[in-house]
Design a binder for this molecule. Structure first.
Ligand code: SAM
Length: 353
């Protein structure tokens, strides 16, 4: 069994967004064709930019439904692939699947590549951040909690201090890799922060005490800090001549049917950047086909992972980048060919200058 007592299942539940997709390996072969091809392309491209790459890490490997690991290990020089994820069950499935494929088609390769599942948090600070958030909750529900006009500001300060404190006091592994793949994990990390911050806000403030604009600023600055940190970590954990492949879903695509009136409303909301969430769009129901609405996944993610990588990884140069569509789950493919809630993914390959 692949487990790490430091990250029990209860931790995974507390994080809410974390966990491999519920799609099976078989279904991913059918529904994730484009996604798999591009994730494998980016990984191979990163490997091609390194002389004699031996050590590879995949951050957010989960069930590894999206990278053809057999193709990666067929490159002669690769000796070790560390699969990082918080989801131990997902990693177990990934390893089991690879081994069964190895046994059935190329048993001799098993001698050459070591698959190493690592149940860990690749921000290396979620645990201490959640602990700090719990103590904020205790402080704000105690008899000595701040009250009045300052309450909201004090809560925001406490949240930001907790995040900066957790970042400052963590330990980052010293291990370095020839190639690191950031496997559609950035959006999940950002979502985890967003959910936890939103929970504190909703639980600890009354509606009248809370200003949307202020919290949008908090969200944007936390997203900025955490995004930058993710790129820094990738840079720090890559060997001097190494390369990275960063892929993340950055935009939600909506296609489907709504009423004509709602379509016009949605168009005008799109112009102002005020589109409602997927569930709300579904509620609009009707016969009018929405060709395509594109909504940035997070406000801070400006829809361009390449631009973000260039900004945050100044020691690296962009080798290549691509965009593609990822239909998250088969149930999102409607019978009439309409897709709701698919995602646009962007992948960028970088090598050290
Ligand atoms: C969208 S999935 C990527 C798809 C996955 N490679 C697959 O093939 O199913 C993102 C993965 O990142 C993992 N994850 C999210 N936040 C994490 C964190 N802070 N540390 C490690 N893994 C995390 C999730 O458990 C999930 O398996």
């Amino acid at each position: 069994m692949i487990r790490n007592p430091e990250y029990p299942d209860s931790f995974l539940r507390q994080m809410e967004v974390v966990g491999s997709s519920d799609i099976s390996q078989g279904a991913s072969e059918q529904y994730w064709v484009e996604h798999k091809a591009n994730m494998t392309w980016g990984t191979q491209e990163a490997l091609s930019n390194v002389w004699n790459p031996q050590d590879v890490a995949i951050f957010g490997a989960g069930k590894c439904n999206d990278i053809r690991l057999l193709e990666v290990m067929q490159r002669g020089s690769v000796q070790n692939i560390d699969l990082y994820d918080l989801d131990a069950d997902g990693l177990e499935i990934a390893i089991g699947y690879v081994q069964s494929r190895i046994n059935s088609i190329m048993p001799e390769a098993i001698n050459f590549v070591n698959f190493n599942p690592i149940v860990a948090d690749v921000t290396f600070m979620m645990k201490s951040m959640l602990r700090k958030f719990n103590s904020i909750r205790a402080d704000f529900t105690s008899d000595f909690a701040p009250v009045g006009a300052e309450r909201e500001k004090k809560l925001i300060d406490a949240i930001l201090n907790a995040i900066f404190g957790a970042l400052d006091n963590r330990q980052i592994p010293e291990k370095q890799y020839d190639v690191i793949v950031s496997d559609c994990i950035l959006s999940q990390i950002l979502a985890a922060f967003e959910i936890q911050i939103e929970k504190l806000r909703c639980d600890l403030l009354k509606k009248a005490e809370s200003s949307d604009a202020l919290w949008e600023d908090v969200e944007a600055s936390v997203h900025g800090v955490i995004t930058q940190d993710h790129f820094n970590l990738l840079s720090q954990m890559t060997k001097p001549n190494g390369a990275v492949f960063v892929a993340s879903d950055n935009t939600l695509l909506y296609r489907g049917k709504v009423s004509k009136a709602h379509f016009e409303l949605l168009q005008s909301m799109q112009k102002k950047g005020e589109l409602p969430s997927e569930e709300r769009i579904r509620d609009f129901g009707g016969d009018y086909v929405v060709e395509e609405l594109m909504v940035p996944r997070f406000k801070y993610m400006d829809g361009d992972i390449t631009r973000m990588a260039e900004k945050h990884m100044p020691d690296f140069e962009v080798v290549d980048s691509k965009k593609w569509e990822w239909n998250r789950d088969p149930h999102e493919l409607q019978n009439d060919g309409c897709v709701f809630g698919a995602e646009e993914v962007q992948g960028v390959v970088l090598k050290r200058k």
